[in-house]
Design a protein around this ligand. Structure first.
Ligand code: NAL
Length: 331
């Protein structure tokens, strides 16, 4: 796969394609980052952007993971001490997940976000930005329904981080797109360059296929799930024999979350996927790419129950090293 295809595969949005093409022409030593509000245990959403970081490392990029402790604090995620503790544990879980430690730089936001120059730049952006503009940028990230001043400052700092971490490419889930658009608007006011962004999709709710999978409500998959937990969650998942299900009774769009997890989590990390079946049901099936698995599910050649069994096996393999790390962290 060439560098542009690696950088953009499975992306929901690329801003802009021309800017990313320019990076792909000479990817060696380029720096890409993702920021995460630290929380104790990685969930499947963290792992999805981590898969993109692994693609970028394969394309020759250096990867920066910002453990955004100050941002988590501004977004009401706990006391500063609690957040700092979770950041250390999160770093170890990312490495266990498969990020190449040699090529990954972990940075705590608090290492530079209290510096005088950074603070003054934050205030300069506060002067450039209306409250309503900042609120819009935060809509999908904000905790709680009544925005605080801290949550309006948050996206401005996220924009500045792109400059301060000396990055060439910003990566994030689609929920980060409004912050990245704000960054493109405001960074030039401080004479800083605009950087391209790649946004990964947000997967659908596991049990209904409607709306987003969320770590705060509904069922999510996390690095502390046991093999049994995984099997139970996947078995209950919504999985009609199509990637494009009809809307539900209330007219809400639905997705097939089982297929989404195959596409965004399994195929990027495994050469091929084997679905084990007893001989009397036709024996094992092997897939070299996502599309062939999807078309077998649609045609009925692959039964949803068999697809789910295989999905739980592969998820377990992806999660096992992190789960062991978490057990070690707790002992
Ligand atoms: C992501 C987050 C916080 C700060 C950042 C700074 C630069 C790049 C990415 C960043 C966390 C993210 C979240 N907003 O919702 O988890």
């Amino acid at each position: 796969m060439d560098a542009y295809d690696l950088i953009t595969r499975n992306a929901a949005e690329v801003v802009t394609e021309d800017e990313v093409r320019a990076l792909a022409d000479d990817p060696d030593g380029k720096r890409a980052y993702v920021g995460y509000e630290p929380s104790g245990v990685l969930h499947i959403g963290h792992m999805l952007t981590a898969n993109k970081l692994i693609d970028l490392q394969e394309a020759g990029f250096e990867v920066v993971i910002l453990l955004a402790d100050v941002h988590a604090y501004l977004n009401d995620k706990g006391t500063f001490e609690e957040i700092r503790e979770t950041a250390d544990r999160m770093r170890e879980q990312f490495v266990a997940y498969g990020l190449d430690e040699e090529n990954t730089e972990f940075v705590l936001g608090s290492e530079y976000q209290m510096d005088e120059e950074y603070v003054l730049d934050t205030h300069a952006l506060e002067l450039e930005t209306t409250i309503s503009r900042a609120e819009r940028a935060m809509a999908e990230i904000q905790r709680g329904s009544n925005p605080k001043v801290s949550q309006a400052v948050y996206p401005l700092m996220q924009a500045l981080d792109i400059e301060y971490l000396d990055l060439d490419l910003a990566v994030g889930g689609l929920d980060q797109r409004k912050v990245h658009m704000l960054a493109r608007e405001v960074l030039p006011s401080l004479d800083y360059d605009v950087r391209p962004a790649v946004h990964t999709p947000i997967l659908a709710d596991l049990s209904t296929g409607v709306g987003k999978m969320s770590s705060s409500e509904g069922i999510t998959i996390s690095m502390e799930d046991t093999e049994e937990d995984l099997r139970e969650k996947v078995n209950k998942a919504f999985c009609p024999p199509t990637a494009d299900p009809e809307p539900d009774g209330e007219g809400n769009e639905r997705e097939n979350p089982v297929l989404q997890i195959f596409q965004y989590h399994v195929f990027p990390r495994f050469e091929s996927v084997v679905v084990e079946r007893p001989e009397k049901y036709g024996g094992d099936l092997e897939y070299d790419d996502y599309e062939s698995l999807e078309s077998d599910l649609e045609s009925g050649e692959l039964h949803p129950a068999d697809a789910k069994g295989a999905l739980a096996d592969y998820l377990d393999e992806l999660i096992a090293p992190g789960r062991e790390k978490i057990a070690e962290q707790r002992s």
